[in-house]
Design a protein around this ligand. Structure first.
Ligand code: BG6
Length: 470
């Protein structure tokens, strides 16, 4: 639908930006921090940075937050590293880790920036992975205890909490990227691990509501609307199936405390149903998110599965892009969408569609916790970075948020990925997302100095005008 005029962004709209702990902090073993599964990774493609130094935010936090203040952010979405706070995941608390996050949160609050805290972003403590990872129900208890430590420490300073970043990506692709629970645990049914994460999330939501009055919490999956490749009914069913398996499975449990019927049917058909113990259903049904956060990069397009069981177009084999599953769906490229330098489709209108689909199903306020363009940026000799392509990408997506608001969707805020350059999940430092350039490469730490990109000045104007400047 087209409107003559679009609704304005609400005055309290959160204009934010995002990072995650392990991708930005570095200092991987400093001041008592324990190793996490991402620190233990050894499978980096040649020439790709690991996470030991990252953007060295641990040692630049005050400088970085001052830049976020200058940018005008009203929210900053970041994650706490579980193994910085509890080095072995379920033992003693590390006071230096707690002190770092107090310093960070205090600096944000001083700048008038709302902290939006993710409890867990891919970085399971290695010691827990060695004890069975998410396949073990003991990890649920460890997660809840960790959440309790954070609520007690930071509950009076943090209003917005996120449970688990992209649980659906961890389940669908986490084993190949080693962001689920490490290679040693690969034999265990991933949907059993998923069930345990859903229970951990439910208990963490209920615990926050029981212990920190006024605090708000929600899940943060990666939600991307799935289009059928054509109006052929078989393609439409395939798209609906993949929507259920990729998106609604996670949000239905988070919101309604029950598995989506089609997703459950898929698990049964594949022999992947988790063991659900007595009391699990009650735990899930008792938990209620206050809002839904979601990360959005691009939609998917799928067709009916090929009769010979073959799956899709190999050019689409990327983390964010499903390649299909025999007997379920076949992923295809969408001919109407351009691609970025890394082969990811770009679909701002699909962003509006994704908002509508989520809001229509759950009627909860929505917070965008990631969206952005990975690109090869160039630091010019005079310290400038001309990233007009990123400005265009972000402007197109912000415009679609306004369309979604005009459609009646309640949107709390927008936190594009990323506030500052960081190390990508599997494509190193060369793939940059930030408003702030960090002077390092994949194989040379250089000065680690910070530089405002052109998108920095542009986003500053967007925030100051509470929407796209006219
Ligand atoms: C999301 C993750 O999947 O996408 C981030 O939550 C990640 O951690 C981001 O960095 C972009 O993906 P990538 O692979 O380009 O780093």
């Amino acid at each position: 639908m087209k409107y003559d005029t679009l609704h304005p962004f609400p005055p309290e709209f959160l204009w934010g930006a995002s990072t995650s702990g392990y991708q930005v902090e570095g200092a991987w073993d400093a001041d008592g921090k324990g190793p996490s599964i991402v620190d233990a990774r050894t499978d980096f493609p040649a020439g790709t940075a690991d996470y030991t130094v990252a953007s060295d935010h641990y040692h630049h936090a005050e400088e970085d937050v001052a830049l976020f203040g200058e940018l005008g952010l009203t929210a900053y979405r970041f994650s706490i590293q579980w193994s910085r706070v509890i080095p072995d995941g379920d033992g003693v608390v590390n006071p230096a880790g707690i002190a770092f996050y107090h310093r960070l949160i205090d600096a944000l609050v001083d700048q008038g920036i709302e902290p939006v805290v993710t409890l867990y972003h891919f970085d399971l403590p290695l010691a827990l992975a060695e004890k069975g990872g998410w396949g073990s129900r003991a990890t649920i208890d460890a997660f809840v205890r960790y959440a309790q430590v954070l609520y007690r420490e930071f509950g009076d300073k943090v209003r917005y909490w996120l449970t688990i970043n992209e649980q659906n990506m961890m389940v669908l692709y986490g084993q190949s990227l080693d962001i689920l629970d490490g290679p040693a645990n690969r034999g265990v049914n991933v949907y059993q691990k998923n069930h345990h994460m859903l229970l951990a999330q439910a208990r963490a939501m209920t615990l926050l509501h029981d212990t920190v009055p006024g605090a708000l919490i929600g899940p943060a999956p990666n939600i991307a609307y799935v289009y059928p490749a054509s109006p052929r009914p078989e393609d439409v069913i395939a798209a609906d199936d993949f929507n259920a398996i990729r998106n609604w499975l996670y949000l239905d449990v988070a919101v309604h405390g029950r598995y989506h019927p089609v997703a459950w049917a898929y698990l049964e058909a594949k022999g992947l149903t988790p063991v659900v113990e007595a009391g699990d259903d009650e735990i899930m049904a008792a938990a209620h998110p206050d809002f839904l956060a979601f990360n959005y990069y691009a939609t998917h397009t799928v067709a009916a599965p090929a009769p010979d069981g073959s799956v899709s177009d190999p050019s689409d084999m990327d983390q964010q892009i499903a390649v299909g599953e025999a007997g379920v769906f076949a992923a295809v490229s969408n001919p109407y969408l351009p691609k970025n330098a890394f082969g990811w489709e770009i679909d701002p209108v699909g962003f509006r569609m994704t908002f509508r689909a989520i809001y229509d199903r759950y009627h909860l306020p929505l917070l965008v916790t990631e969206n952005g363009l990975g690109a090869f940026d160039t630091l010019e000799p005079d310290g400038t970075v001309h990233d007009q392509y990123r400005i265009e990408y972000l402007a197109e997506h912000i415009e679609q948020i306004q369309w979604a608001i005009s459609d009646g969707v309640q949107v709390l805020g927008y936190c594009p990925w990323s506030a500052i350059d960081l190390v990508s999940t599997h494509q190193g430092v060369a793939k940059r997302y930030g408003f702030i350039y960090v002077d390092r490469t994949d194989d040379d730490l250089r000065s680690l100095s910070r530089h405002r990109k052109d998108s920095f000045a542009w986003y500053q104007k967007v925030i100051a005008s509470n929407g796209l400047p006219g």
